[in-house]
Design a protein around this ligand. Structure first.
Ligand code: EPZ
Length: 434
């Protein structure tokens, strides 16, 4: 008698099962900005006093950053959407390798550690699905502030020579308006001796949020939000109690959820100036937007094709390219989307095609011919924003869409399915029953 091998246990990937075709209605909340909170948390290293951050989203990336800071000696106390960070007793200047590897944003520690301790040792943030993510600008800028920086075996070691181990203000001209480099160099320069200028600086709202926090801590910074930032170094910074700005990328994603389901939906809070390029494109596509209290109400019935090209702020944000493409897959007409920021951020095209989208790819350009209806299918999110795009497509598709890749989604969107179900969606999170 031959024993049949027991069927291999099929490991079921956690997924969201979305029943499409439901109209949304009511009010949906926008959380604090992930890409601001992460760098604001790193700023706690710049002072011995407590930094209190409010409106901090509950995301896996935020928890990971908290672990990294705790490993450096920071007392981290989380209560709801408030985090208290006490950097009085920094015990070391090298976050542990195994923790850093889980979170690219841990590289934000290098600037403040160097400013506070006169040395820092942080592993190179690896590349990720969307591109190589170099830190050349960060390193060049730190050297311009007097640091000696070496990279060996994937670890960046930065040291401030001399007895006082204090950085010296300098002139920095970024080759590209890197958000991370601008933020890293602002945090390094804020305690340096003398004046620093950063030319060709990134202008994103998250850069302005960091500058506002550093100013609240006693820093002296002018020009954040413009291409030219001037920082007068001070001897020390004090603590602060500071609220993170609303997440403009999450707000844009939720507005797109309203558009793709042809709904009437209030998304709140939203700071319209943080999303001008996106709001213009939504209106060009036929959506009606109006300010209502601290939020924006979107109404969409017929949606037509528009062309997009991603650019640094204030241009169209690369982080909303994939979610917006989900909408364009269902729009009337043909759209051209060009991804200019990251070299590999069009992997959601293949997944949208599995749902019946008609898209042709040519290098960094996608040509999307809208279809009347997408059809539900099992799809994979390949990065944070691509996963969000698949959720949006599932909201509009005929039938059931299973979205895998929740480890990416949960990095950037807290309790997304609960919030969408709260305005009429039908989404179920399925995890492996074993
Ligand atoms: C920030 O990443 C955001 N992450 C990203 O959001 C966002 O997509 C990106 O800015 C652009 O807006 C956080 O804030 C944590 P960059 P960052 O340095 O700082 C090139 C999301 O989904 N570059 O502005 O890493 C780089 O390769 C994430 O929330 C260099 O060439 O972005 C990229 O092509 C994804 N040399 C472009 O600039 C450098 O030295 C933009 O990178 C640095 C960057």
């Amino acid at each position: 008698m031959t024993l049949l091998a027991a069927p291999a246990k099929t490991v079921v990937q956690p997924r969201l099962e979305i029943t499409g075709g439901k109209r949304l209605s009511g009010e949906i909340k926008v959380n604090g900005a992930k890409n601001s909170a992460l760098v604001l948390m790193a700023a706690c290293l710049l002072t011995r006093e407590t930094l209190r951050l409010r409106n901090v989203p509950r995301l896996t990336d935020i928890a990971a950053m908290g672990e990294i800071l705790a490993a450096l000696g920071v007392q981290v106390v989380r209560g709801g959407e408030i985090i208290d960070l006490d950097g009085d007793n920094i015990t070391q200047a090298a976050p542990p390798y195994e923790l850093v590897n889980t979170l690219r944003a841990s590289f934000f520690c290098i600037g403040p550690l160097l400013a506070r301790m006169g040395m820092a040792q942080v592993p190179l943030p690896g590349g990720c699905q969307i591109g190589s993510r170099p830190v050349v600008e960060h390193v060049r800028g730190l050297k311009a502030l007097g640091a000696q920086v070496t990279i060996d075996h994937g670890v960046v070691t930065a040291v401030v020579p001399g007895r006082r181990r204090r950085l010296t203000g300098g002139q920095i001209h970024l080759d590209c308006p890197s958000v991370g480099a601008t933020e890293t160099l602002m945090m390094a320069a804020v305690l340096a001796e003398g004046e620093t200028t950063i030319e060709n600086a990134a202008q994103e709202p998250e850069v302005v949020d960091l500058a506002n926090l550093l100013i609240a801590m006693g820093g002296r910074i002018r020009g954040a939000g413009t291409p030219s930032i001037v920082i007068d170094g001070v001897d020390q910074l004090h603590g602060a109690d500071y609220a993170v700005i609303p997440d403009r990328i999450e707000a844009g994603t939720l507005l797109l959820a309203g558009a793709i389901t042809r709904s009437d939906l209030l998304v709140t809070p939203v700071i319209p100036e943080h999303l001008k390029a996106v709001l213009t494109k939504l209106e060009d596509a036929g959506c009606h937007l109006q300010v209502e209290g601290k939020g924006l109400r979107i109404r969409a019935d017929a949606v037509r094709a528009v062309d997009l090209r991603t650019q640094p702020f204030p241009g169209f944000p690369t982080d909303l390219q994939a979610p917006f493409m989900g909408l364009l897959a269902t729009a009337q007409g043909t759209s051209m989307v060009v991804e200019n920021i990251f070299e590999n951020r069009l992997q959601h095209v293949a997944e949208l095609q599995r749902m019946g989208a008609s898209i042709r790819l040519q290098g960094n350009t996608a040509c999307i011919e809208g279809v009347a209806r997408l059809s539900g299918a099992p799809v994979q999110g390949t990065d944070l924003r691509a996963s969000a795009a698949m959720v949006l497509a599932g909201l509009a598709a005929e039938g059931i869409t299973s979205v895998m890749g929740l480890e990416f989604l949960d990095r950037g969107y807290a309790a997304l399915e609960e919030r969408l179900n709260g305005v009429g969606a039908s989404i179920r999170r399925v995890v492996d029953p074993h």
